[in-house]
Design a binder for this molecule. Structure first.
Ligand code: PDD
Length: 288
């Protein structure tokens, strides 16, 4: 594990030790949550699904009307350099883009310079017990805003949801709206029906368009697996044969308990196992 306390981070054009990185107290990311972020996995020292994350970054930035201070091709180079400088074999690169810093005012000036921060974080992604054992989720009401497709740094509802889940010994929260599962607090939600159909919500303003989801669905399609992009209810999930979550920081992980009830036979099922294998193989092959 690299020494993360001495890690090199990127802030507004500079690569510097984390202890020397300084941000204004007037940064709108801090005062208003006026910013967006991305999390990209690193496997074998390479960036996973990089193009998908850069496309979503551009989209989020456009949606909140914050210009990217450097083109995405350069952002990928910054990420690669951070991975190298920090000797990171496995983990994530975190990126945050905020509108910038000036005196507090809901409105902002046209010439405001955005803040761009990137750092690495070591994390075991591949050989985790959860990949075999599965994780448990607790359902909570979805209390977020109406533009969840934007990867906003305003994560208070998710922080609270995960805290509730943890208090009941669960690993993730599944958020429910109108009786339907929207997504996990920091992951996309899936079930597999008795007859082997993989079900996950279609993209809309109601959920974050997961990059891992996009990659997994394409692989599943190539393999001729049956997919249904639609919302599913908690009741359907409780009757599912398998369930799983996907995210850049977990890849594909089986869900074996929902609100204390066993999913299927409570063990890793064949469809989720296959999805994880397919995903890992593709992640390695296409990492940059
Ligand atoms: N979260 N839905 C939500 C609400 C998320 O926060 C995430 C990712 C996902 C999965 O997206 P992706 O496959 O692109 O990682 C779905 C990241 C990992 C985080 O906040 O740390």
């Amino acid at each position: 594990m690299p020494n993360q306390s001495g890690r090199i981070v990127y802030l507004n054009g500079d690569f510097l030790p984390e202890s020397e990185a300084r941000l204004s107290i007037f940064d709108r990311g801090f005062l208003f949550g006026d910013g967006i972020y991305e999390v990209t996995a690193v496997l074998d020292g390479k960036l996973v699904d990089s193009a998908l994350h850069m496309a979503r970054l551009e989209r989020s930035a456009r949606e909140i009307d914050v210009p990217l201070p450097v083109p995405v091709s350069e952002i990928v180079e910054i990420e690669r350099r951070l991975v190298e400088d920090n000797n990171l074999a496995e983990g994530v690169v975190y990126l945050q883009l905020t509108r910038g810093a000036e005196d507090r005012n809901f409105l902002f000036s046209a010439e405001l310079k955005p803040t761009l921060l990137l750092f690495t974080q070591a994390k075991t992604l591949e050989n985790v017990p959860a990949a075999e054992k599965g994780v448990s989720v607790k359902t909570v009401p979805d209390q977020r805003w109406a533009r969840r497709d934007i990867k906003s740094v305003c994560l208070l509802p998710q922080v609270m949801a995960k805290r509730l889940a943890k208090a009941e010994g669960c690993d993730e929260a599944w958020m429910i709206e109108d009786g339907l599962v929207t997504e996990g607090a920091s992951s996309t939600a899936y079930i597999v029906t008795e007859d082997g159909r993989i079900i996950t919500r279609g993209n809309s303003h109601s959920t974050l368009p997961g990059c891992t989801r996009l990659a997994v669905l394409e692989l599943a399609r190539e393999q001729g697996l049956t997919l249904e992009e639609r919302a599913f209810s908690l009741e359907e999930a409780l009757n599912a044969r398998e369930a799983c979550l996907t995210s850049a920081s977990n890849f594909v992980v089986p869900i074996t308990r929902i609100d204390g009830k066993q999913v299927g036979d409570g063990t890793l099922g064949p469809v989720v196992k296959r999805l994880r294998e397919l995903y890992l193989e593709n992640a390695r092959r296409t990492a940059v």
